[in-house]
Structures are given as structure tokens and as C-alpha cells.
Design a protein around this ligand. Structure first.
Ligand code: NAD
Length: 255
């Protein structure tokens, strides 16, 4: 095999990112644009900050209000992307919510909300984008799971279950869609500094626990997933599918 400099190049590729207004989704969207992709930035909250940054790299990118748990929003997202760009090469299912409470007190309403966004939302977006990718005979789907989907994490019963479901969904879609040349992989981040972890990271005991338990002795900045995303979105990962990559500073690999 001859190696060339295009292995990680995303020039002209079309990427949809869910939950891209802030945090990991914003970093991922900006990272993909820097590597040449046109980006469709979607979220339930204001996405203008992400769009403004992306416009420095690509003037065709646009933003949309999309609730990933709403089927008609998801259909509109796919239709507008195809109408505008003619293809969908990359889907990053990043939108997610966290609700915490002891399992014995966890409300059914919160359970349903978390599963609806974190698991049903990933399915709806993957299914809708997958139909287009099957027609194209190519596509990359990247699902943001969590190390909480691999190990139990106290007080996050719905979140952990939803993220474990995302890993299983990833493997099943990979098994089904490999024949269409669609790669489906998941990422399991450890602790990254975003709105979702803000309260944890204000807690000195939590920070001390990270220092001692995580081999790299720190939590991650919000842009430290980009390298993995570019790898999974590009031709560099063409023979990789159905995998869940753990990006956690070594936390889950150490006793
Ligand atoms: P965040 O809260 O900063 O961002 C999540 C984004 O998702 C927000 O912009 C929010 O508006 C959006 N969102 C929520 N519900 C939505 C819906 N129904 N439809 C569309 N968008 C919706 O959190 P983050 O840390 O950036 O999280 C991004 C992803 O990474 C999540 O799936 C999260 O579970 C996962 N994750 C984060 C960490 C971490 O340490 N930050 C660790 C593991 C996994």
C-alpha cells in the first residue's frame, strides 16, 4: 500500500454533528471544518457561536435547530443536508444529556428523557443518515458513548445504560452496514471539561480522584477528541468498524 498525505484529508466531505452548540460537539465541528469538511451544525440551543468559528474555515457550512429525539426534526436535518450538499459523508452522534440520582430514587420521567436523547436519538439520526449512505455506498458514523457505558458509574443509571446501548447499537449497525461500505464506530470519552462535567470539576475531591486514578493524572480539554474524530471520519480508518475507542487518559485500563 502506498501512503499519501491525503489519508486524513476531509476536503469537500459533508459532516453532520448533533449537539454542536458547545462542549465536545462544538470542538468536533470546528475540528472537522479545519480538516476541510463542510459542517451541518445542529442542536436544540443557539448554535451561532459554533457557526461563527466554522465560517473562518468554510463558508458553506450552516446550522439548524434539531432535537435528535424528534423524528421530524431528524428527517428535516437529513433532507436539508442532502438538498444543500448532495451527500452525507460523516455523521457524529454527539448530543447527550446527563441526569444524576440514586437508582432507587431515579424518576421514570428522567429515565425516559435520557434514553430518548442518548439512545433513541442516536438510532433516529443513524437510521436517517444511513439510508443516504447506503445509496452512496459510503459513510462514516461516529457515536459518542462514554466510559460509563463500559463500567457502572454510581448515580448515573439511565446515562450508563444509554451509553452501553450506544455501544451495542454501534456494533449492530457495523455488522449490518459493512456491506454498504459504511463504517460505524463509537468513542468512549473519560472526563472532558464541558458544561456536562462543570459541577464535578468544581469538586476538589473529584479532581483529586482524577489525579490519582487516571494514569495521565488529569482530565481532558474539550478539544482533545479531535484527533480520534479525524481518524474515524477519514480514509485512515477505512478498515475499522464496530469498535468503541476509549479516550480516558488510561482511567479504565488501570487498577
Ligand atoms: P454538553 O452538555 O456541553 O453538550 C451537549 C450538547 O447536546 C448541548 O449543546 C445540548 O444542547 C445538546 N443537546 C442536548 N439534548 C439535545 C437534543 N435532544 N437534541 C440535540 N442536541 C441536544 O456536554 P458534552 O460534555 O459536550 O457532551 C457531548 C457528548 O459527549 C454527550 O453525548 C456526552 O454524554 C458525551 N460524553 C461527555 C463526557 C465529558 O466528560 N464531557 C464524557 C463522556 C461522554
Amino acid at each position: 500500500m502506498t501512503m499519501n498525505n491525503d489519508l486524513f484529508n476531509l476536503d469537500g466531505k459533508v459532516a453532520i454533528i448533533t449537539g454542536a452548540a458547545r462542549g465536545l460537539g462544538k470542538s468536533i465541528a470546528v475540528g472537522l471544518a479545519k480538516f476541510g469538511a463542510h459542517v451541518v451544525i445542529t442542536d436544540v440551543i443557539d448554535t451561532s457561536g459554533t457557526l461563527e468559528e466554522i465560517k473562518k474555515f468554510d463558508d458553506q457550512s450552516f446550522d439548524l435547530q434539531v432535537d435528535v429525539s424528534d423524528e421530524s426534526d431528524v428527517e428535516t436535518m437529513i433532507k436539508k443536508t442532502i438538498d444543500h450538499f448532495g451527500s452525507i459523508d460523516i455523521l457524529v452522534n454527539n448530543a447527550g444529556i446527563l441526569k444524576t440520582a440514586n437508582a432507587e430514587d431515579f424518576s421514570e420521567d428522567d429515565w425516559k428523557k435520557v434514553i430518548d436523547v442518548n439512545l433513541n436519538g442516536v438510532f433516529l439520526c443513524a437510521q436517517a443518515a444511513g439510508k443516504q449512505m447506503i445509496e452512496q455506498k459510503s459513510g462514516k458514523i461516529i457515536n459518542i458513548s462514554s466510559i460509563a457505558g463500559l463500567s457502572g458509574y454510581a448515580s448515573s443509571v439511565a446515562y450508563s445504560a444509554s451509553k452501553a446501548g450506544v455501544i451495542s447499537l454501534t456494533k449492530t449497525l457495523a455488522a449490518e452496514w459493512g456491506k454498504h461500505n459504511i463504517q460505524v464506530n463509537a468513542i468512549c470519552p473519560g472526563v472532558f471539561a464541558t458544561n456536562m462535567t462543570e459541577d464535578y470539576l468544581k469538586d476538589e475531591d473529584f479532581k483529586e480522584m482524577i489525579k490519582t486514578k487516571v494514569p495521565l493524572s488529569r482530565y481532558a480539554k474539550s478539544d482533545e477528541l479531535i484527533g480520534t474524530i479525524i481518524y474515524l471520519a477519514s480514509n485512515a480508518s477505512d478498515y475499522m468498524t464496530g469498535h468503541a475507542l476509549v479516550i480516558d487518559g488510561g482511567w479504565t485500563s488501570a487498577l
